[in-house]
Design a protein around this ligand. Structure first.
Ligand code: MCN
Length: 782
């Protein structure tokens, strides 16, 4: 049941989202709604080739189009020393290509005109002469001596980007050699795209008179964008004002800085007019940050009675033409080292090699996850293989290997300290929801009738809240987050955070959190994010970090405000500070509950009636550097049947039990889980950005890249367990990515379970019906 926004003590209540009325009524203010006086429009010339030498670029004809004002090429940028920009992974990316193009749809020139149509017409008149080169599409081939070197700009003459390893290699090899049972599986997570409904874009508005640049941009991380832009452009950072308006979905796609952004800024400075650039759907799908493209091999050692002894993982990561993955700098493979998952592996080793190919750059985002989705998919899939090998129920295998609740904080062999969890309880809750023994009996009966029915389990551990400054930074910037709270004289509150929501409901949930700490209702608290001139510095919203980092800052900023409020309350109650008590909604004199003041009373006094010598006002800012990440987890069960006639998989049931610690708003959390499960369903069954041998992107539109709609999406059944994070100020863990991280393996394990009696133990996603149909045919099941 949803509650009203005026409820006091709102933490944990299903309060309706404050932002929804404006979105539902079409009153959101998105980038394309912003129209500035004298605004011009930009469109980009893009390469039709995946790999080609640029012989010449002729721009004259573009100027013959009515309304075209200017054309920018890589040579122009090179003359300004702006030909290259740093990526968040610390690589360099060409802003506009010079010399060579390295992926299909790469940015080659920018055309600015009075209308979008004229800009696009201008684009069609720019003449680029290319000499096609052999594209490198297969990442394994890219590492061979026969492969051409793609990045001629780099000192290192190889397509190899990085090698990263973690854990005890010798110990793992020895443990595997000594293990009575070893299973080995190759698992690929193909390239996918987060496909937000609103593509990326910006308006650069440079005012010559003041020298100030206002940059409206679809940004999940406005402060980081400001800093990167300052680094790239040389503009002083305080003269850049980034405004991230309402965002129509981000899912990690709006974390990086894209070449079009830099071109728009350069053009605005050059022409002294605002420049709007918004991608087309194809530009978004074909050039902006994709995710996955991990080619993984895992070996698990175990005893005959099903206790795991070691895990070894080898991975090739295809990063495309430029390493633009938004991974924290100490972790070129993101948080992949969570790959030991929920299980007590005595020893483990993981290594990842990054490689360049002629594909669009990127490599991390899709409900972000910083490679946790890849890691969870791998371990949950290979644990399934181990269960078949041992002839053990996958539930039983998991039970035998779970980290026990009393073992937390748990030190994983790959370096993480898991904060808290009760995996057995979470799994038991999910099993009870499906009545597992009954479900297995029914499966048996249906199998006997010739039906292909499968049950898939995934009991994953997430790692979220990239923040602790001793461990995390992006381009050297520490990943703390922040909140500033001001209480006005009438007791109304404005709170600004360094996070930037894109649909996650922060206007409601952070209002609830702050209201709870201040004894107010969520209606009394206005949340503002996304404006760098007003919000304190923060690293933004991705990696489910807002609750663990900005949420921690919000709670602690509120407590800081309350501390001052207590001093003012003592003055109003005419008692000493030690004799003031707080009961959650008011301050009262110890032992005298009839003498009390509310936060609103205190707020008025903060501006009108202060104790002698006290600074007026009631506000505080907190920069929260969390001591650790948070480790949400869940148990997911999928039940599927396969149509023998078509290969179509029908998801009959899906039960998701999540533990994200203390819940701020159960309705918002449920919404996050529904959204993430739907994306996980898309990854398992519908989506792949594939390339042909010439490097042509085969899915640069919604005809070929499928996003689940209400028609395909299964019905989700959700449940919850709560194990608070011991180090977070309110015990909350992040949740946004969990369903996307945990669900793909449950789906695939269920399909494999349906086919396991016929000897199938591995299938490569996405499980398109035609792929399943081929498998059915091979096994005589059609
Ligand atoms: N929440 C809560 N109690 C908890 C944990 C979270 O009530 N214990 C609430 C939060 O307060 C917040 C929401 O759930 O309102 C998600 O919180 P959190 O897990 O902290 O994640 P973020 O806010 O940092 O969002 C990031 C995450 C990621 S990484 C992507 S990508 C993503 C996502 O969330 N992109 C989204 N969810 C999305 N949802 C929408 N609608 N659009 C996107 O682009």
């Amino acid at each position: 049941m949803s509650m009203d926004v005026t409820e006091t003590q709102p933490l944990g209540k299903a309060i309706k989202r404050k932002e929804d009325p404006r979105f539902i009524r079409g009153q959101g203010r998105y980038l394309d709604d912003i129209v500035l006086p004298h605004m011009l429009y930009m469109a980009l010339v893009r390469s039709p080739y995946a790999h080609a030498r640029i012989k010449s670029i002729r721009t004259e004809a573009a100027y013959t189009v009515k309304g075209v004002k200017a054309v920018l090429t890589g040579e122009d940028l090179a003359a300004m020393n702006l030909a290259w920009m740093p990526t968040l992974a610390g690589d360099q990316q060409m802003v506009l290509a010079t010399g060579k193009v390295l992926f299909q749809y790469q940015e080659v020139a920018a055309v600015v005109a009075e209308t979008r149509e004229a800009a696009e017409d201008g684009v069609s008149r720019v003449e680029v002469e290319y000499e096609p080169l052999t594209p490198v599409i297969d990442p394994y081939f890219a590492l061979t001596a026969e492969a051409p070197i793609l990045r001629e700009d780099r000192a290192q003459k190889s397509n190899h980007i990085f090698h990263w390893e973690v854990g005890d290699k010798e110990g793992t090899d020895a443990a595997l050699a000594a293990s009575p049972v070893v299973v080995k599986e190759q698992i690929r997570m193909p390239r996918v795209h987060p496909a937000p409904l609103e593509p990326c874009g910006c308006i650069a508005d440079y005012q010559k008179s003041t020298g100030k640049l206002t940059w409206y941009v679809t940004s999940q991380a406005p402060h980081a964008h400001r800093t990167v832009l300052a680094m790239v452009s040389g503009l002083p950072e305080h003269m850049i004002h980034v405004v991230s308006p309402d965002i129509g979905g981000g899912f990690g796609n709006k974390v990086p800085v894209y070449p079009g952004y830099v071109c728009a800024v350069v053009m605005s400075i050059k022409l002294g007019q605002p420049i709007k650039w918004i991608e087309t759907r194809t530009e978004n799908l074909a050039t902006t940050n994709f995710a996955r493209d991990y080619h993984m091999t895992a070996e698990i050692g175990a005893t005959e009675d099903g206790h795991v002894t070691a895990l070894k993982v080898t991975t090739l990561a295809d990063h495309g033409a430029f390493d633009a993955a938004a991974d924290p700098s100490k972790f070129p493979a993101g948080l992949f080292s969570i790959v030991t998952g929920s299980y007590r592996f005595p020893v483990a080793f993981a290594e990842v090699d990054g490689v360049y190919t002629n594909k669009a750059p990127g490599g991390v985002a899709y409900r972000c996850s910083f490679r946790v989705t890849e890691a969870s998919f791998l371990i949950e899939r290979v644990m399934n293989t181990l269960a078949y090998r041992l002839n053990l129920d996958p539930v039983e295998l998991r039970r035998r290997n779970f980290i026990a609740s009393e073992e937390f904080p748990y030190q994983s062999p790959l370096g993480w300290t898991y904060d808290s969890g009760n995996y057995a309880k979470t799994l038991d809750t999910a099993l009870a929801m499906v009545d597992y023994p009954k479900l297995r009996r029914e499966q048996q009966k249906r199998r006997e009738k010739g039906e292909l029915v499968g049950i898939g389990i995934s009991t994953f551990t997430e790692i979220v809240g990239a923040g602790p400054s001793h461990t995390f930074d992006i381009l050297g910037i520490k990943m703390f987050d922040s909140c500033e709270i001001r209480i006005h004289p009438t007791g109304k509150v404005i709170a600004r955070l360094g996070a930037r929501h894109q649909g996650q409901g922060h206007e409601t949930t952070f209002a609830q959190l702050i209201a709870q700490e201040l004894g107010l209702s969520a209606a009394d608290v206005l949340i503002e994010e996304g404006d760098t001139d007003t919000a304190p510095y923060g690293l933004g919203t991705y990696a489910s970090r807002s609750t663990p980092t900005a949420g921690g800052a919000a709670a602690l900023a509120a407590r800081r405000v309350r501390k001052k409020a207590q001093q003012i309350a003592a003055h109003l109650l005419e008692v000493s500070q030690e004799d003031v008590q707080w009961d959650g909604t008011r301050f009262f004199a110890k032992g005298l509950s009839s003498r009390s003041v509310t936060m609103a009373d205190v707020a008025l006094a903060a501006y009108t009636n202060l104790p002698e010598g006290m600074e007026p006002g009631l506000e505080a800012t907190y920069y929260y550097d969390p001591p650790n990440l948070t480790f949400p987890n869940g148990a997911y069960i999928a039940v599927v049947s396969i149509d023998r006639g078509t290969g179509q998989v029908h998801v009959e049931r899906f039960v998701a039990v999540d533990d994200c610690g203390t819940v701020i708003n159960p309705m918002v959390v449920e919404g996050q889980i529904h959204g993430g499960l739907t994306e996980g369903f898309g990854i398992a069954f519908m989506q792949e950005i594939a390339f042909d041998s010439d490097g042509n992107n085969l899915a640069p539109n919604f005809m070929d890249y499928l996003v689940p709609t209400a028609v395909e999406t299964p019905h989700w059944e959700t449940g919850r367990t709560v194990t608070p994070s011991p180090h977070h100020p309110i015990g909350a863990k992040g949740v946004g990515e969990s369903p996307n991280v945990g669900s793909p393996a449950a789906f695939v394990n269920a399909v494999i379970d349906a086919l396991a009696p016929y000897g199938v133990t591995n299938l490569e996603i996405p499980l398109f019906p035609w792929k399943i149909w081929d498998v059915l045919k091979q096994h005589g099941l059609t």
